[in-house]
Every structure is written in structure tokens, then in C-alpha cells.
Design a protein around this ligand. Structure first.
Ligand code: HMG
Length: 390
């Protein structure tokens, strides 16, 4: 029985900063960002957008299409959690008016957690064919102003509907996975910005890729030539390209520029203009690949490398299903990305410093442009959300 990704929907903030603007403010050559790390824009959430509204907005098209009726498991993957106790997915469950017979849990392991969610969801639908699971990966990537990580910020959410007999991508059972206790990137509970040992993190990312590939190749008997495309975790697009070059060099089958372009470029398009979406990043890559590839990818095998600092990595494969194009939200994604508003540097800094009040008072947040839901305020330490749709 095939199991895997049945539908996939992506959402990001309506606001972005062009990295040329950031480069100007930081007195850095813009090519360091555009070419050096391969990023053009970073998505910035306004004060009335958070991981709940991003996640609910990503899943909303599925609700509109009546796809959530059979969902009995909602896994919310994030490393920008808003509560130490209550799962952010419960707010989403409420906003989307989902059936009460549903297990809802939040998952954390840096950017890896959505892949943990996908694998758990696959086990659930394999045991309960006919039922569905919803995995939502939603994050705001936030580093200190002026830090090396700042240009890799971003935000966004991906909603993955997981089922048996999936319409988009059948996920194959073989997997290589690797855990190692390292401090390359972390965010203590008392901080709202991540801490990172940047260069070291890029080395651990690659080391973990090599380990997971080794296992995967042993278990599956496949070689890199068995893959038509790759989706990497994308902290910044250059990282994915460098990692693939490193892997192919290690396997003594180095790829040239053109081949690299064919294997990876389509998966990097959305991330280049939204920035790191942490848990969702690799799946933003998948949406970008499926939405923008001119070639019909039916029957093609995709290699996935998921990485979460700290660290856990996993390499696995999936095969694109025939007729997948009829079940994408490509036009919605294109419109969303084309119609965002650009922030000036000062607007960016003001939004960055806005913060969520923590004194238990009554606050109403300014109304910015959001998707169907907004984080409208906070009262007695309780977040309040507003639905802008019927
Ligand atoms: P940096 O140290 O300021 O940058 O920040 P740099 O000096 O290394 O420059 C970057 C590249 O731009 C270099 O290329 C420069 O040569 C080039 P490379 O040597 O690497 O090939 N460059 C230029 N190119 C063209 N024209 C120019 C120019 N100037 C310089 N004028 C760093 C880089 C990655 C450290 C920083 O962005 C950072 O700290 N990022 C955050 C951490 C990160 O993203 N790590 C990735 C791996 S860990 C991961 O993926 C997990 C994560 O998503 C979190 C999670 O799991 O939850 C982060």
C-alpha cells in the first residue's frame, strides 16, 4: 500500500524585506546575500501573525476543499512555540473547525520536527487506511539584529495532508537517520532569538547528510543516479547546493553546474524569496519543486534530506504520483508570493522590536494584512485569534 503526501499547501507573511535593503543598513555588499548565501528576500511576520495564524492559513485551502473531514491526527511541528503546555495545533484545530475526534500534539526538534511528524503520520495512516493525518510545520526564523544569521531569517508554514493512496508523493519506507548531541543552533526558553554557531552548523549539516546517506544507500541499495530531483532542508539556498556538491564529490560522482541546476534549482525558488521557514523549509522546497517544474514529474523519484540542529537528520525518498498537478495550490502560492508588501528598513526594525507583551494586561494588536486569520491581541496571558472568513 502506498502512503505519503496527499495535498500540500504553503503560506507565508504578506511582508518581506529585500536583502539589498538589509545590506544597505549593515554596510555589506548585497552580493554577499544574493550570491554568497543565495537569498533575495526574507519574509517578516507583522505583530498580528504568529505560528498559529501562519499554520492555520496554510491549512485553510484544505479546509475549504473539504479535505480535513477525515483527519484524526494533527501534528504541529515548530521551534517557535508560543506556549510551554498547550499545543499550537489546538488553536489551529479550533480556527479550522476540525472534528473533535482528533489527536493534536506539538512536535519539536529544530527544523527536523516536520519530518518526524510526516513519518508518524505515515505510520498512522498505514494502520488506519481511509483516515488522514495533517502535519503542519510553522515557524518564524529570528536571529539578533546585526548578527550573521540575520539575512537568513524568514517565516512560513506548510500543511501536509497525509493519507494512504496519496495523490502527490508516495513516501518510500527506506530511511537513513542520525542523531548527535551537538550545540550548533539552539534557543533557550528565555530568548526570542536563536543562538547559532554559524560555520559549525554548516559543517554538522553536511556531516549528518553524509551519515544519513550512507545508511540510506545501504538499506535501499539505491545510488544517487536513482533520483531525479532532491529537496534539502534550506536554511539558505547556497547551503543546499553546497551540501549536494559535497555529497556527490564524496561519492566520486561530482555534479557540474548544469546538472546541479536540474536537480535542485526548482526546489529552491520559493525559499530564495521567503527565507528559512525552519521546520517547514524542506517542504517549502517540495512545494516549490512541484509548483514550478515545467517538466511533468510523474513517476520521478525525489531524494529528501531533512536536518534539524542539535541535531537529527534523515534521508529518505518519495515518488511523484501520476496526475499530481491537478491537486496542487500552485496559483494560490504564486499570487501570495507576487503580492507581498515590501518593508523599509525602519518598518522591519519596528516590527522586529514589537514583541508580545508578557505582563498579563489587555492588548489589541494593530491590524496588518494577514491571511484568513490574525493574532488579534492578548488578554490575561491568553492569546486571542480572529477569523477574517466565515
Ligand atoms: P557569514 O559568516 O557572515 O558569511 O554568515 P560568510 O562571510 O561566510 O559569507 C557567506 C558566503 O558569501 C561566503 O561564501 C562568502 O565568500 C560569500 P562561501 O565561502 O561560504 O562559499 N560572499 C560573497 N559572495 C559574493 N559577493 C560578495 C560576497 N561576500 C561574501 N561580495 C552563516 C554565514 C551561514 C554563518 C550565517 O548566515 C549564519 O549564521 N546563518 C544561520 C545558521 C545557518 O543557517 N546554518 C545552516 C546549517 S544549520 C541548519 O540548517 C539548521 C537551521 O535551519 C536551524 C534548525 O535546524 O532549526 C539553521
Amino acid at each position: 500500500m502506498n502512503t505519503g503526501i496527499d495535498r500540500i499547501s504553503f503560506y507565508t507573511s504578506n511582508y518581506f524585506v529585500d536583502l539589498k535593503t538589509l545590506a544597505g543598513a549593515r554596510s555589506v555588499d548585497a552580493d554577499k546575500y544574493y550570491l554568497g548565501i543565495g537569498q533575495e528576500k526574507m519574509g517578516i511576520p507583522p505583530p498580528d501573525e504568529d505560528v498559529v495564524t501562519l499554520g492555520a492559513s496554510a491549512a485553510y485551502p484544505l479546509a475549504q476543499d473539504g479535505e480535513l473531514a477525515d483527519v484524526e491526527l494533527l501534528l504541529f511541528a515548530t521551534e517557535s512555540g508560543i506556549d510551554q503546555s498547550k499545543a499550537a495545533g489546538i488553536y489551529v484545530h479550533g480556527l479550522l473547525d476540525m472534528p473533535a475526534r482528533c489527536r493534536v500534539v506539538e512536535l519539536k526538534q529544530a527544523c527536523y520536527s516536520a519530518t518526524a511528524g510526516l513519518q508518524l503520520a505515515i505510520a498512522f495512516v498505514a494502520r488506519n487506511p481511509g483516515k488522514k493525518a495533517l502535519v503542519i510545520a510553522s515557524d518564524v526564523a529570528r536571529y539578533e539584529l546585526g548578527s550573521p544569521g540575520e539575512a537568513t531569517q524568514g517565516c512560513g508554514a506548510v500543511a501536509l495532508l497525509v493519507s494512504s493512496d496519496p495523490r502527490l508523493v508516495a513516501i518510500e519506507p527506506e530511511s537513513g537517520y542520525h542523531t548527535e548531541d551537538v550545540m550548533d543552533f539552539w534557543r533557550p526558553n528565555y530568548r526570542s532569538e536563536a543562538l547559532v554557531d554559524g560555520k559549525y552548523s554548516t559543517m554538522v549539516y553536511i556531516h549528518t547528510l553524509l551519515e544519513t546517506w550512507k545508511q540510506y544507500a545501504r538499506e535501499s541499495g539505491r545510488s544517487l543516479a536513482d533520483f531525479d530531483r532532491f529537496c534539502y532542508h534550506i536554511p539558505f539556498t547556497k547551503m543546499a547546493e553546497k551540501a549536494h556538491q559535497k555529497l556527490t564529490r564524496k561519492l566520486k560522482a561530482p555534479v557540474g553546474k548544469e546538472e546541479l541546476e536540474t536537480l535542485l534549482a526548482e526546489s529552491l525558488r520559493y525559499s530564495r524569496i521567503t527565507g528559512n521557514c525552519y521546520a517547514g523549509s524542506m517542504y517549502v522546497g517540495l512545494v516549490s519543486l512541484l509548483d514550478t517544474s515545467e517538466e511533468d514529474l510523474s513517476g520521478k523519484r525525489i531524494g529528501f534530506y531533512s536536518y534539524g540542529s542539535g541535531c537529527v537528520g534523515e534521508f529518505f525518498g518519495g515518488v511523484v504520483r501520476p496526475g499530481y498537478r491537478d491537486f496542487l495550490y500552485a496559483d494560490k502560492h504564486r499570487n501570495l508570493l507576487a503580492n507581498r508588501a515590501e518593508l523599509t528598513y525602519q518598518q522591519y526594525e519596528d516590527i522586529f522590536n514589537y514583541g508580545v507583551p508578557s505582563d498579563g494586561g489587555e492588548y489589541v494588536f494593530p491590524q496588518y494584512k494577514t491571511g484568513p486569520f490574525r493574532f488579534s491581541g492578548i488578554s490575561q496571558h491568553k492569546r486571542e485569534y480572529e477569523s477574517l472568513v466565515d
